[in-house]
Design a protein around this ligand. Structure first.
Ligand code: S3P
Length: 429
């Protein structure tokens, strides 16, 4: 773990960036390519550590995967051609890999063991194991399948009708992927809609999926056909530069090819409501995953309330939104975001503790936080908790602090944005 010292004197941000590929879609492109029969090609793949963990797991299952820059090729003869791995599948820091793989592996004929890093070892897995067990899955793990390592004995699954107790695309996707191998019609009912990349990609690979009023249903036994997946830029990565451009004086940043799927784009709504100077130019609305060019310029901001249905559409952006709110006039209240407690770290505690160290007026609540601004921020020594998004929040904060910010473990940022500091250097003038 190397310490990163960040100090800027009255920076101004200017320039054009193309942020790396979307993490959620990159994971799914490899998973779907491995399930499908034929040769799947992917462009714009994110070479972050999380997505490389997904590739590594499928290689251990005998799937042929080639990586050439951000182009990835996956050749598979379908799930029944996978091999039982002699090694443990290592999912690193990736909740998406771990949870979606549970759904995929449950319906194979293979015995597999999965484990990840220390953070994964603390994240709840029964939210996936329990519904999968209702479909007949055989999953064992610490505390009755709550924690990794997990052992999965693949078996024939039965479809089910499941009402989601929390808004989680990982849980929904695990059930849908299990449903591919289940007998009957799998139905997932969401009270609040979470990101829908899995549903979109099922269609892209030739499956028939019905989505009506938050109810997803589809027939088991459908085979997927290899195709080409074009991964858009990750709006969750773009978010750090959107906020930086909004709060660092005299800035203008253009972000190209950003995925703006409405189930992910809550940060755009928040910036607009806060009064940010944000321009949005949609490239192709008909694409499987629509993209846009976003231009952000510095402007005065007002505090707002963020709660309800918008929360799942910006859940990963809350750390950086909290920093944004420290520079807005008045109170920003974030509610209905308990899920932050079970991310890579407890992001309510991490965000509040670290921003307080810089002088922010921020309080934790049971389901979110309250921030009162604007407050000038000072330098300080910050922890990332091994969480990439807390690390990037600290780096953006350093642009507006009056002293240096020292970050304990900046390497963790490579989980989702390995070129983050290069991109930052590119726009700092
Ligand atoms: C993801 C879903 C979200 C998100 C995570 C990626 C996905 O998690 O926080 O970064 O790719 O499906 P939850 O399903 O836990 O909300």
């Amino acid at each position: 773990m190397t310490k990163k010292v960040m100090q800027y004197t009255r920076p101004r941000l200017q320039g054009t960036l193309t942020v790396p590929g979307d993490k959620s879609i990159s994971h799914r492109s490899v998973m779907f390519g491995a399930i499908a029969e034929g040769k799947t090609t992917v462009s714009g793949f994110l070479l972050g550590e999380d997505c490389l963990s997904t590739i590594d797991c499928f290689k251990k299952l005998g799937v042929k995967i080639d990586v050439d820059g951000t182009n990835v090729t996956i050749e598979s003869n379908g799930i029944d051609a996978w091999q039982e791995p002699s090694e443990v599948l290592y999912t690193g820091n990736s909740g998406t890999t771990t949870r979606l793989m549970m759904g995929i592996l449950a319906g194979t004929q293979l015995h597999t063991v999965m484990t990840g890093d220390a953070s994964i070892g603390k994240r709840p897995m029964r939210r996936v194991a329990d519904p999968l067990r209702q479909m007949g899955a055989q999953i064992a793990g610490r505390e009755n399948g709550q924690y990794t390592p997990l052992a999965i004995q693949g078996t024939q699954l039965q479809a089910m009708d499941y009402t989601m107790p929390v808004a989680s695309a990982q849980v929904k996707s695990a059930i849908l992927l299990a449903g591919l191998r289940a007998q009957g019609t799998t139905i997932v009912r969401e009270q609040e809609v979470s990101r829908d990349h899995t549903e979109r990609m099922l269609r892209q690979f030739g499956a028939t999926v019905d989505v009506t009023d938050g109810v997803v249903s589809f027939e088991g036994g459908q085979t997927l056909t290899a195709t080409h997946v074009n991964v858009p830029g990750d709006i969750s990565s773009a978010a750090f530069f959107l906020v930086a451009g909004a709060i660092v004086p005299k800035s203008e940043i253009v972000l190209q090819n950003v995925g703006v799927n409405e189930t992910r784009a809550g940060i755009i709504e928040v910036l607009q409501q806060m009064g940010a100077n944000l321009e949005l130019q949609i490239d192709d609305e008909q694409a499987a995953e629509p993209t846009a060019t976003l231009t952000i310029r510095t402007s005065p901001l007002q505090g707002i309330e963020i709660s309800g249905a918008v929360v799942p559409t910006l859940i990963d952006e809350i750390p950086i939104i909290a920093l944004l709110a420290t520079q807005a006039q008045g109170k920003t209240i974030i509610r209905d975001a308990e899920e932050l407690k079970v991310k890579e770290t407890d992001r309510i505690t991490a965000v509040v503790d670290e921003l307080k160290k810089l002088g922010a007026n921020i309080q934790a609540t049971d389901d979110g936080m309250i921030i009162e601004g604007p407050t000038p921020l000072h330098g300080g020594s910050l922890k990332s908790y091994g969480d990439h998004r807390i690390g990037m929040m600290a780096a953006v904060a350093a642009l507006i602090t009056d002293g240096e910010v020292v970050l304990d473990d900046a390497e963790c940022i490579a989980v989702s944005y390995p070129t983050f500091f290069e991109h930052l250097a590119h726009v700092v003038k």
